[in-house]
Every structure is written in C-alpha cells, then in structure tokens.
Design a protein around this ligand. Structure first.
Ligand code: BF8
Ligand code: SF4
Length: 625
C-alpha cells in the first residue's frame, strides 16, 4: 500500500517509508494487515457471560437471540454502554488526578505547584454558588475542592456543574432522569446494569449511557479543565509550531505524550534547569528541546506555546526519525507498539504513571509531591541517549505555524473587549447570518482512514460555508499542520465568516485544547444560550459536532455527552451498531424528539459536512433566522 494512502501528513509519510527500509512496521501496516472484525464492528456479539459468547447476524438482526434470550438491541446497547463507561472513566479519573493535586496544593502539602490563576478560581467558585467576596484564595479553594469532590462521590443529588447547564436543557435532563450523580456511582451503575440478566431494555440502558456520559462532560472532564486552568493558567492565544520538524538534530529531544498536564508542567521546569542545559552542552548538544504529542502536547501548546510534534497516528512515526532522545508517557492513547519502535532506534520509552506500565518500557514513577525527582531523571537519561546516539537521524523538515489557546474566557474577551467581555457579538453574527453556525470538530486519528484527511477536508468545507469551527484534541493538530489555524486562513472561509475573522483578527478554526477541554465547548454553548436570541436550550442552537477519525472509547463518551446535551453529533470511520435496528433508530432519531441531540454517521468529509450544515440550517429555520 502506498504511504500516501495511509496519511496526508507528509512528515508521517516520510517516516513510514523510512520505517519500511529499516524493517519497522507501524499501526498503519498492522491495520492494513488486519481486517476489522465484521461482527464486532457492528456490535453484534456479546461476551457478558459464559453461556456464550454469543454472535448474532447483522444481516438478519432479529433472526436470532443470545443463549439468555438477549436481543440485538440489548446486546448493542450494553456494548455501547460499556464503551461510554470506559471513556467516561478515563476522563473522570484524569480529572480526579487533577483534583488530588489541587487538594494537596490547597492544603500546603505540595510546594512545586501553586494556584496560578486566582481569577479563574473565583469564576469557577462563583459558577457553582460559592461566595468569593472578601475571602482569601485559600478559603475559596478549600470550599471549591470540597464541592468538586462530589463530582465523583455524590451518591444522590446532582453534580456541582449542573448549575452551569442552561435551565431548559437541565429541565430535559430532569424529566428523563439523566442528571448525573457522582461519576463513581454512575459508572458503577452502568457496569451493574450491563451485567448478564439486568437491564434488558435498550431505551433504559441509553438513559444510563446519557447520565454517565454527562458525568464525564459536565463532571470529570470539566473538573480536569477547570482545575488545570487554576493550577497552570487559563489559555490565551499563542503562536505555536507543529509537525515533526520541531525536532532538532543538534539538540536533546524530549517528547511527552499522554494526557495529564502535571508531568509536562514539571518537565518544563526540569529542562530549564541551568545544570541540565550545561550537561546537554557538555554532551555536545546545542540545548534541550521539549515537544509534546497527543493531548499532553495540546495541554501545554495552548497554555505555554510549547511545540507539538504530531497527533495520535504520528507517535510511532516520530520515533523513526531516530532523533527522539526520550519519550515519556503517562496515561491514555499510548500504543504498545511504541515499545518495539523505540527499541529499534535506541530511544528510551518511559512510563511514569502507576496506572500505565508497559512491558518493555522503563518505569520512572512520577509523584506530585516530588515531581522534579522523576522529570529530572528523565532529562538525565535523555542527555545520555543524545551522547550515545547510534541511530541514523532523519528529521522531516516540516514545521507549520498556528495560533491556538482559545479558551472560553478568551473568546469572551476577544469578542467583547476587556470591559464588556461577552458572546453577544457571536450571537449577533449568527443572527445576522454572517456566521451560519458553530461546529466542534474534534477527536482522534485512526489508521482505518487516511490520517488527517477527513479532518482537513471537513473543516475546509465547513468554513467555506461560514461555519465557525472549534477544535480540541488530535483534530486541531491535523488542522494546524494544514495551516488552517492562522488568521490568514480566513481567506478560505465564506464571505460572512471571513469578514468576522478579519474584523476580530482571529482564525476561522479555533484550537481550544485537549480532549477534556471539550468541556470548554459545552461552556461556550451554554453561554450562547444565556446571551439569548438563539433559543432556550443547547438543543436549539445552530451547532453540530463531529469526530471524523475517532478511534477511542473516550470519543464515544464525548459524543454521547454532546448528544445528551442537545448537540447533533456525527462520527466517521465506523459506528458500532447494526443499521435498521430499534437501537439505531433510538440513537439516530428518537433522542432528538425527546429534547436531546442525536447521533449521525458518515465516512466521507463532504457527506459529513452536508449532514452538519443541513442540521445547522434546520436549527436556523426553527429560530426564524
Ligand atoms: O484524548 S483525540 S487519539 S490523544 S482520544 Fe487520544 Fe483521540 Fe488523540 Fe487525547 Ni482524545
Ligand atoms: Fe450470550 Fe446472553 Fe451471555 Fe451475552 S449475556 S454472552 S447474549 S448468553
């Protein structure tokens, strides 16, 4: 298979080619050699008990049931629910780590981190009804910690950030009994209900999917975003460099890949230690070069402008350069295949989180109480690898520039100015039709489709049709590599959107951060409702979401919390469902009639864009615009 069919990313193409010459294969090759299991792809199998596993026939979905009598709808809904549970668990556990860190900082038990953004601290506290007037940051932080803990532990009632949900949307949730309690409770209940012989009504299972997914979006993910902003700073636009050309042949290259920002923040401190810079020079390097990948990279890209070497499908490719002197990872989206590639090029692969060890990798545990201990050790190892580099180094010279870091707070400021920060101008421009609507294009890359291609072509089509695009995760890296996250990209937008972008000086494609930062999109949507003129609930807004190249269960959880919040959400690649079944109809049609959003599916970028734009137009029409 020609490399051009694997990816549109030129640097990744070059490295797959080099890898082939070096005898190294990647997930692209493995995907080509392993057909996706057709039964699993349709979610037509169940292994929830050992009277089975049972396999139904997707071509004749109602012709057969499992040994226990489970129908295709029960089986698919249970499988879907477990994907939501796993994805929600990943985001909420990440949020919990941030909250653990926050507690220790607030209690004075950790000195290496501190509250960086007190303005954000106050804003978050106020948003859930905590008094801030005349109180110290410490007092507010203690109360905020206690309140946010219930995002995880509340056995009854509603999670704290339910207070941020537009009233009409919240009313819909209450009517259907899907307002989340603590994430631990929701995830436990979903695992219980999907055990053999419990919940066997796909509509009732879907309710628990919604409740659990909402405990992710408005719970764990939102806590992760807000606490990270409080501790590490709220993003505002920075000019950034992306692509593999950010590696430097004559420097010690360190890559951080994974998700939780605390490891990376500590690494920034470590690489700036004068003694290490001296040591690197003594080893013959010009300096130490730090770059991120995947969501770890996105976190520090938007906060500090640290360069980003590539998204999910480029993590093996980057090692093939031979230029990576160490790759340190924490949790999520870390391919086990990295071990072998790293070994081939003599790059140490370091795991740092007790949750994620990988056979064949070296474990240097990261501890928030002494963060520099492990990041310092990682830097020392990197310098020594540089000194003893044996692999031939070949770095693709691709570097692209973008402007990222559009937090909800900054969008507010950018549109309204410092004294009257507001989404009013955004709503006005949607009402007057310069902006047709807003789309969230997010998520992974996946070797089952050409890397970056669907993201780029979809976003081009959306902005051409005056749809403003918000981005997170690996998707924004695809667009940054394509040069679309610069203000100059406004010339690719339709006349209305172009005018708005040129007036404000913003790109038509706004990079917001990592995947937990999809919560920023929820806040932006709530703000659009609050400002008025675009309906009473999120479901009324002319907005749509998409993860065109998704691969993870986390993406399923995100997709479902957007749907439950009222957003039409289209996924690409494949959808784990049998078409024409009742469960399919429930997700793709009925949820909308209940006041939620709904799911959509298409593979080709033009088709996805058509679905999203049609939906936006339908909502505009309903609003009389
Ligand atoms: O959470 S976009 S490949 S890196 S799952 Fe993973 Fe997907 Fe990238 Fe971040 Ni999100
Ligand atoms: Fe088969 Fe039912 Fe057991 Fe699933 S729960 S494996 S459908 S018998």
């Amino acid at each position: 298979i020609p490399v051009q069919d694997f990816t549109t990313c030129d640097a990744t193409q070059q490295m797959i080619t080099k890898g082939r010459l070096d005898g190294v294969d990647t997930a692209f090759d493995r995907a080509a050699n392993m057909k996706a299991c057709p039964i699993g792809a349709d979610s037509a199998c169940c292994k929830h008990c050992f009277m089975g596993p049972c396999r139904l026939n997707a071509k004749d979905p109602y012709g057969k049931v499992g040994v226990c009598g489970a129908t295709i709808d029960t089986i698919m809904a249970r499988n879907f629910a477990r994907m939501v549970a796993s994805g929600a668990a990943a985001h909420t556990d990440h949020g919990m780590s941030m909250l653990d860190l926050f507690r220790e900082v607030v209690n004075g038990k950790i000195k290496d981190y501190s509250i960086k953004d007190t303005q954000k601290l106050e804003a978050v506290a106020q948003s859930i009804g905590i008094e801030t007037e005349g109180r110290s940051a410490k007092e507010i932080a203690v109360e905020l910690y206690e309140a946010l803990e219930s995002t995880y532990t509340a056995v009854e009632g509603e999670i704290p950030f339910a207070k941020r949900v537009p009233p009409k949307t919240l009313e819909t949730w209450r009517k259907h009994g899907v307002v989340p309690r603590g994430a631990m409770r929701e995830i436990m209940e979903i695992m219980h209900r999907t055990h053999m012989g419990v919940d066997q009504d796909y509509t009732n299972i879907t309710k628990q999917c919604s409740r659990t997914a909402l405990a992710d979006g408005w719970g764990g993910s939102m806590v992760a975003t807000e606490i990270s902003d409080i501790l590490f700073g709220t993003p505002s636009p920075v000019s950034i460099e992306v692509n593999m050309g950010v590696l430097k042949e004559d420097q010690v290259n360190i890559i951080i890949h994974g998700h939780e920002p605390n490891l990376f923040e500590s690494m920034i401190e470590s690489v700036n230690e004068p003694t290490f810079i001296e040591a690197a020079k003594a080893a013959g390097a010009k300096g130490i070069n730090l770059a991120g990948m995947c969501c770890s990279g996105a976190e520090v890209l938007v906060r500090h402008g640290i360069p980003h070497a590539g998204n999910f499908m480029s993590t093996e490719a980057v090692l093939i350069t031979g230029a990576v002197d160490i790759m340190a990872v924490d949790v999520q989206c870390i391919k086990q295949g990295l071990v072998k590639v790293a070994e081939c090029y003599g790059t140490p692969l370091i795991t740092t989180n007790p949750r994620c060890r990988i056979e064949g990798a070296t474990h240097i545990e990261f501890n928030d109480h002494e963060p520099k201990k492990s990041t310092d050790e990682i830097v020392i190892k990197a310098i020594s690898r540089f000194k003893n580099r044996k692999a031939k180094v070949q770095i693709p010279q691709n570097v692209n520039i973008g402007v990222h870091g559009f937090s909800h707070e900054y969008i507010n400021y950018m549109l309204g100015g410092s004294f009257r920060g507001s989404y009013r101008p955004l709503n006005d421009n949607i009402i007057n039709g310069r902006i047709r609507g807003v789309a969230g294009v997010v998520g992974c890359t996946n070797p089952r489709v050409k890397q970056d291609h669907v993201h780029i072509e979809l976003v081009k089509e959306l902005i051409k049709n005056d749809v403003l695009v918000l981005q997170t995760g690996c998707s924004q890296i695809a667009l940054a590599k394509a040069g679309l996250t610069t203000p100059e990209a406004a010339h690719l937008a339709g006349p209305g959107l172009r005018e708005v972008c040129e007036t404000v000086g913003m790109p038509p494609v706004l990079g917001l951060g990592s995947c937990v930062d999809n919560s920023r999109i929820l806040i932006a949507a709530s703000e659009m409702v609050r400002i008025g003129g675009l309906g009473d609930s999120i479901a009324d807004l002319p907005v749509a979401g998409c993860a065109p190249e998704y691969m993870s269960e986390k993406a399923i959880s995100i997709g479902h919390y957007f749907v439950a919040s009222g957003v039409y959400t289209v996924f690409g690649v494949t959808f784990p469902i049998v078409q024409g079944t009742r469960f399919h109809k429930h997700l793709f049609e009925e949820l909308e009639t209940m006041g939620f959003g709904k799911w959509g599916f298409a593979i080709e970028p033009q088709e996805i864009a058509r679905l999203m734009i049609n939906h936006i137009d339908k909502k505009r029409q309903a609003l009389g615009l």
